[in-house]
Ligand binder design. Structure first.
Ligand code: TRH
Length: 387
C-alpha cells in the first residue's frame, strides 16, 4: 500500500535513516514510528525507517503491508530490514543515522557512512529511564574502534539534562478538544461496544505484562462501591480476563465490567487513554502517552532480571511529582515491588479518592517535563551541534 503525502513538493533538505529492531512486543516500533512521523511532519525531514518485523508494525499501524520490501506510509519510506548486508554506497547514507536501542546497523552501511562526505551524524537512541546516571551519559560520544566515525548516545528522559520525551506539537490541544467533547468520547468508545451505562461508570484501560496481579485487582474492583468498566486490549492480562469472562467479549460481576477491545491503531490508543478515567500502561511508549493524557495512570514496568526494574520504577516514582502515597502504594503493589503482599481491597479506595487530585497535579508534571522541549526537536538541535 502506498500512502503518499504530497505536502512536500521539494525534496527534504535533511535525510534521516532510523534503524529499529523489534526486541519484543510493540514499544520498539511504536517509539520509532512515532519519532519518524514527527520528524517528517513537523520538521520536514526525509525519513527512511528500517524495521525488521513488519507484523508487529502492522498491529499498531494497519496500513503496513507485511510482504513489502519498500513502502511509503505517511510520506515515510519504510524498508523491511532483513540483515541486508549487501553493498551500500556513500550515496545511500542519510545525513543523520539513528540506531534505536543499540541495534547493530549493517556493517556495510557503517562502512558507507565512513566513506560519505560530509559524514553523517550517528546517534544511538536509548531507552527511557528516570535514573540519575542517564544525565551523565546523555550525548556522550563513542569513537568507532576502526573507522573515523563517532557515535553519540541520546537518552530520553524527564530532566533538562536529557533528551526529553516524544510529544507531537498539537497533541495536548487535540487531547483537550477530545476531552471537552463527551459525545465524541462516547462515540469513540461505543465503536468498541461500550454501552451508555459503562460510559457513565469509572472507565479504566488496562495494558500490562502477564505478571501483573490483574486477578487480585479485579477481585477488589468487584467489591467497589461504584461501577467500574475495565477495557482490555485483546491478549492482555489473558488469564485474569479469561477467568473473569470466559470466552465472551464482556462480563459483569459485582461492580466490575470487563470488556475486551481489539488491538487498535496507535492514534486510537491515545484516544482510549484520553477517554478513560484511569490508565494502566506498560513498557515505554504507552507509559509516556499516559503522561500526556492528563489522567491518573499506573505503570507496569518491563520486567528485568534480578528485579532491576524495581530500581527503575522507584527512580521514576521519586521524580514523578503528580503522586500521592496511594499512587505509590498501588504502583509498588502492581509491580510486586512492595515490602508486604498487595492488598488491593485496602489500597484501591484511597487511590480512587485521590484520583481527582492526581489528575490536577499531572498538568504541573507535564509543564515540568516540557520545560526541556520535546525529544524530536532536542535530537535535531543536538545533531546540528555535532554536524
Ligand atoms: O509493547 P510494549 O511492552 O513494548 C516495549 C517492548 O517490549 C520493548 O522491547 C521494551 O524495550 C519496552 O517495552 C520497554 O509497551 P509500550 O512501550 O507501551 O509499547 C506499546 C505500543 O503499542 C505503544 O506504541 C502503543 C501501542 N498500542 C497500540 O497502538 N494499540 C493498542 O491497542 C495498544 C494496547 C498499544
Amino acid at each position: 500500500m502506498d500512502h503518499q503525502n504530497t505536502h512536500l513538493e521539494t525534496p527534504p533538505a535533511t535525510s534521516l535513516a532510523l534503524f529499529c529492531k523489534v526486541v519484543d512486543n510493540y514499544g520498539d516500533i511504536g517509539i520509532c514510528w512515532r519519532l519518524a512521523r514527527q520528524l517528517e511532519q513537523e520538521h520536514g525531514i526525509g525519513v527512511t525507517l528500517w524495521v525488521d518485523d513488519l507484523r508487529s508494525f502492522q498491529r499498531i499501524c494497519p496500513e503496513v503491508a507485511i510482504d513489502c520490501e519498500t513502502q511509503k506510509i505517511a510520506n515515510i519510506t519504510v524498508r523491511h530490514w532483513r540483515d541486508q548486508d549487501g553493498a551500500f554506497s556513500a550515496d545511500d547514507v542519510a545525513d543523520i543515522v539513528i540506531e534505536f536501542f543499540a541495534c547493530d546497523i549493517p556493517p556495510a552501511y557503517i562502512a558507507a557512512m565512513a566513506q560519505r562526505s560530509p559524514q553523517p551524524v550517528w546517534l544511538n537512541l536509548e531507552g527511557l529511564s528516570a535514573e540519575e546516571w542517564v544525565e551523565g551519559c546523555h550525548t556522550l560520544s563513542s569513537p568507532h574502534p576502526q573507522m573515523s566515525l563517532t557515535k553519540y548516545f541520546f537518552f530520553p528522559g524527564f530532566t533538562g539534562k536529557t533528551g526529553g520525551l516524544l510529544l507531537e506539537s498539537a497533541l495536548l490541544q487535540q487531547r483537550e478538544a477530545f476531552q471537552q467533547d463527551p459525545a465524541a468520547m462516547a462515540a469513540f468508545l461505543e465503536h468498541f461496544g461500550v454501552t451508555a451505562t459503562e460510559f457513565a461508570s469509572l472507565k479504566v484501560s488496562l495494558f500490562c505484562y502477564p505478571e501483573a496481579p490483574a486477578a487480585a485487582l479485579f477481585e477488589a474492583w468487584q467489591h467497589s462501591d461504584a461501577a467500574i468498566t475495565c477495557l482490555v486490549p485483546e491478549g492482555v492480562a489473558a488469564s485474569a480476563v479469561e477467568a473473569f469472562l470466559g470466552r465472551g467479549a464482556s462480563a459483569t460481576r459485582g461492580a466490575l465490567t470487563v470488556r475486551v477491545l481489539p488491538f487498535i491503531p496507535q492514534p486510537d490508543y491515545d484516544k482510549l487513554l484520553w477517554a478513560c478515567d484511569l490508565n494502566f500502561v506498560r513498557g515505554e511508549d504507552s507509559f509516556v502517552r499516559a503522561q500526556w493524557a492528563g489522567k491518573p495512570f499506573i505503570w507496569h514496568i518491563y520486567p528485568q532480571d534480578k528485579d532491576l526494574h524495581h530500581v527503575k520504577l522507584n527512580a521514576f516514582l521519586r521524580r514523578y511529582s503528580a503522586k500521592t502515597d496511594s499512587l505509590v502504594a498501588l504502583s509498588l503493589a502492581w509491580n510486586a515491588a512492595a515490602d508486604e503482599s498487595a492488598d488491593f481491597a485496602q489500597i484501591w479506595p484511597s487511590f480512587k479518592a485521590d484520583m481527582p487530585k492526581i489528575a490536577t497535579m499531572s498538568t504541573d508534571w507535564q509543564h515540568q517535563v516540557l520545560a526541556n522541549g520535546d525529544l524530536a526537536s532536542n535530537l535535531l538541535k543536538f545533531a546540528e551541534t555535532v554536524r
